[in-house]
Structure formats: C-alpha cells, structure tokens
Write a protein that binds this ligand. Structure first.
Ligand code: BMA
Length: 345
C-alpha cells in the first residue's frame, strides 16, 4: 500500500483571527513553485453567514513554513458571476504564465433575503486568471461550459497534440445537448472527472469522461491537483467522496491514477484505495459551510488542490475540514511502482 505521510504535526496554515476576511477558514490552496519560492494562493473565509470566500497569498522558501503577503486578500468577488464567492484556486504554469482557475459562485439560496443556513449554492461555474508575478492578474472570464454547474477545473501544463487540455467536474450534463454534450457513449451516473480540449483556453470542446467512480457505486470524484507529468504518464491526484458508516457521514479523501502522456484520455493505472484519508482531529472537524447540519452530520475532509514534485518527493497540499491547510508527501518512485501493480490490462 502507498500512503502520503503528513509533513507536519499539524496544519501548515491556520485561520488568522487578526485578519477578519480569513478568521474562520483558510483551505484548498493553489500552489506554484518559482525557482526557490513556493507560492500559495489560498481560499479564505471570514464569516459563516454569507460564507463569501476571497483569495489570499502566502510564500515559502521550504514549502512548509509560509508567510502571508500583505494584509488584504489579493483577489475576491467583483462580478455578477462571482458575487457570492471566489473559491478553490488551482494553479498551472503554461509557457511562463501562471493560469489560475477558481470556482465562481453566482447564486446562493436565500431565506428572507439572507443566505440560507445550509449555505446551499445554486450555481457554480469556473473562471480563469492569468498572471506572471502574482501581483497583477488578467481576468479571462468564465471557462466552464454554460449550465454545467462545474468546479474543480485543473489545466494540463502544456498542449497535447496541439490543444490545451483540462479536467473538470460538471454536475449537470446532457447527452447530445448543443451547448454541453458528452462525446461517446459513457454517461456517468454521479459527478465524475471529465477531460476537454481547447485551442485558446477559453472555449472548451470535445468533452469526454476521463475517470468514473468504481467502488463504492455511490461515491463521487473530482479533480484535485493539476496533472503532473512523470516518466510513466500523467499523475492524477484526485478527491473521492464516500459515504461513511453512519447516515449523514461523508469522507473526502485523496486518490491516485496514471494516464498516457500522448493520449491523456487513456487510463494506465488506478489505485483502488485512498492515498490520504482524514485521520487527524483537524481533518475531522465539522464543516463550516453546513452550520445547521442534520443531527449526526459528520464531514471529514482532506481535499487535495495543489502540489509539485521535487527530486523524488511528491508534495500534496490539501484543505482540511474546510478550515486549515495541510501538507503530505511521498516518494514518486514508490507511488509509480505501486500504480504499476494496478495497471489497467
Ligand atoms: C467540495 C468543494 C470544496 C470543499 C469540499 C469539502 O465539494 O465544495 O470547496 O472544500 O467540498 O467540503
């Protein structure tokens, strides 16, 4: 069995009560390594009523100890399409630019003019930013197909056979719909991971099912880290949501799979178990976004969103309990060896 090992005895970033916009939660970070500096763009929540997220920036020389940059968020809601939140940034470097996808929350269910206690989201899409320096950002707008209720978009770091590629996790899809159809016969029953292609990073077509849930049948999966190129194939670290042993119990964990370098629609290997499962108390705190859960509601969360490989070490940064940021690492060689043992015949 391969398992990621937690790098620290606790979270590597915690909410800062001195900064009101991030007093309640810092989680689900995008990561970029530039020379000897690791940039962390993290989702920050300051209050639990409207649950509006901003993005904060931190930097590190060793990938473990991070220092916040400035006192204010570096990005936040400013459009109709993201007025209820900018969430879960993922960073991919392509040709010297950093591209950042983020989940734009367009609407929440309101009760008496206020967000409902469950904070239920009624529409999500994904938007794209471009930066060279994490100081100024060019906004490229929404890139998820209209009406797809889509999040977790991660970009591949280079063109494949002349086109950019992305993974995404739509919640709405229709066969043979003009606007958003799934090419091919396989239609997933539950939210799963899809792949799409583009010539300009804005308009995405050729949607195909990339990875579907295997076991258990009621689980859901979604992209985690942007794909990482290795000698053996595209390494895909993704999240799986599994129902726990008791009603209203949900477990978010990290998994691994490998895809063909030349044809990334081709699955080479997939581990049938978690490589990181919530275990520590800070990964098992109840979810903030469900402030009035039904009795017995438990949500344990490790939610991988960023990382890189340094020498033989895979760094995986993850949101813990929608409140903290954790880091776990493992040997790339050992992971690829283990994946080989689970090759798709
Ligand atoms: C997912 C996303 C994440 C969140 C995770 C765990 O569906 O909404 O933003 O961190 O659930 O609650």
């Amino acid at each position: 069995m391969f398992s990621l090992i937690r790098k620290n005895s606790g979270p590597i970033l915690r909410p800062d009560p001195a900064r009101p916009w991030e007093a309640e939660g810092v989680f689900n970070p995008g990561i970029a390594r530039v020379g000897d500096t690791v940039y962390m763009l993290y989702r920050a929540v300051g209050e639990t009523e409207a649950y509006i997220s901003h993005l904060g920036l931190a930097k590190s020389a060793d990938g473990i100890n991070f220092t916040r940059v400035g006192k204010l968020p570096i990005f936040g809601p400013s459009h109709d399409y993201d007025r209820w939140a900018t969430e879960d940034p993922r960073i991919t470097e392509i040709d010297g630019y950093f591209y950042i996808t983020y989940v734009a929350v367009t609407g929440r269910i309101l009760e008496n003019g206020k967000p409902s206690q469950s904070n239920s989201v009624i529409e999500t899409s994904t938007a794209l930013l471009k930066t060279k320096d994490f100081v100024s950002f060019k906004e490229l707008g929404i890139i998820s197909p209209p009406g797809s209720d889509n999040k977790d978009i991660v970009l591949f770091p280079k063109k494949i056979n002349g086109r950019y590629a992305m993974l995404h996790r739509p919640s709405n899809w229709v066969k043979n719909n003009d606007r958003f159809s799934l090419d091919g016969a396989d239609i997933p029953n539950v939210p799963s991971i899809w792949i799409s292609f583009s010539v300009d990073l804005i308009l995405w077509t050729d949607h195909r099912l990339f990875l579907a849930v295997t076991e258990p049948l009621n689980a859901k999966i979604g992209p985690g880290l942007p794909p990482i190129e290795t000698e053996e194939g595209w390494l895909i670290i993704y999240h799986q949501i599994t129902e726990g042993a008791t009603p209203y119990e949900f477990i978010y964990s990290a998994r691994a799979a490998l895809f063909d370098l030349q044809d990334p629609t081709k699955l080479i290997a997939q581990l049938p178990y978690d490589i990181l499962t919530p275990k520590e108390p800070y990964e098992k705190e109840n979810d903030l976004s469900a402030s009035l859960p039904p009795a017995g509601y438990i949500k344990s969360v490790v939610f991988p969103t960023g990382g890189f490989i340094e020498n033989d070490e895979l760094f995986v940064y993850y949101g813990a309990s929608d409140r903290y940021i954790g880091l776990a690492t493992g040997s790339v060689k050992a992971l690829l060896e283990e994946l080989k043992a689970f090759s798709i015949k």
